[in-house]
Design a protein around this ligand. Sequence first.
Ligand SMILES: Nc1nc2c(ncn2[C@@H]2O[C@H](COP(=O)(O)OP(=O)(O)OP(=O)(O)O)[C@@H](O)[C@H]2O)c(=O)[nH]1
Ligand SMILES: [Mg+2]
Ligand SMILES: [Zn+2]
Length: 358
Amino acid sequence: MTDALESPLSLIGWRGILAAVPADPPGLRMARVIAQHRAGYELHDGDHAFNAQPAPRFIKPGIDPSERPAVGDFVLVTSAKPPLIERILPRRSELARAAAGERHQRQLIATNIDTVMVICGLDGDFNPSRIERYLMLVEGSGARAVIVLTKADTSDEVETTIEELRKRVPANTPIHAINAKSADSIAPLLAYFGPGSSTVLVGSSGVGKSTLTNSLLGESRQATNSVRETDSRGRHTTTYRALIQLPSGGCLIDTPGMREIKLTGEETLSGDQFGDIEELAQTCRFGDCSHLSEPGCSVRAALEDGRLDNERWHNYLKLRDELASAADSLEAQLRRKGESRVLTKALGKRLDEKYGSH
Ligand SMILES: Nc1nc2c(ncn2[C@@H]2O[C@H](COP(=O)(O)OP(=O)(O)OP(=O)(O)O)[C@@H](O)[C@H]2O)c(=O)[nH]1
Ligand SMILES: [Mg+2]
Ligand SMILES: [Zn+2]
């Protein structure tokens, strides 16, 4: 049995047993998706990078985008020229959000990752409510969240900012404040990038995702660009997600800055992030307490004596409403899909009857 350590695939984050990979149909080989472009996919087999196309069933209209190959996926490809991606191996984690726009669609940011670094600048970008929103996406992904605050070299209030943020995020979520441009300053992050690990960097444009990537690489491979002075906003310099091998043996996925972080409807409020608030609200005297002015309201009491952070409470209410409506859209979509599948089946049967099945 060939195990991961002997295989070049371990260099691109593969930790499984090769013999366990289905070789059906035979002749397929394994690789990892390292980038997705309009014209196709870029894969890496641990030895070298090559281009590939998705098998036709992945580009059929109507297929859910999360069923298509995504950056981070381990896939099986044919030996055709260009190679075709035939299969996506089961994912050990999936970071997803809802795509921007009216139509509800689950969009994958990265798969098979161990760590999601939620990056936020200690400049005008700093926004704890946005960090909480990211943490909700990470919570059900199968990966752990680490908060990285960049531009620590430009702020006089690093310690107090971390203290404030501590009140907003679960105690087991690490928070690091760094200067992404300095190799010394980013040293505490190296522990996350050991051999076999996969990490994705997420955050607004201009927070320093590519700067951090370059510092970890020890060279300027990813383009970076200054932020607007007035509001610290970036210029959307990185335009596609790219998986990069680091000298430390880990893999890193640099991503374009996100404009919108929409919930998919699959997140939960009862996990580490907001579970304590949900429990607290259940101890109010009235079962239908609106937490506004009723007597015996545990939420108001906690807000008044400072046990519950006011902004955190308001962000919780906002995310709760959003989650409810995202969950509704998701359900409606699944129902529609269910029906359309039935319709296709019924139509298929009619065609079979007419032309005979094949
Ligand atoms: N002083 C300081 N500047 C930083 C730090 N991190 C990033 N920068 C600067 O911030 C600007 C934006 O950095 P990028 O790495 O391009 O940001 P990004 O997150 O990759 O942005 P997009 O690709 O647009 O999503 C650049 O001018 C960096 O030099 C930091 O820790 N300290
Ligand atoms: Mg970038
Ligand atoms: Zn109440």
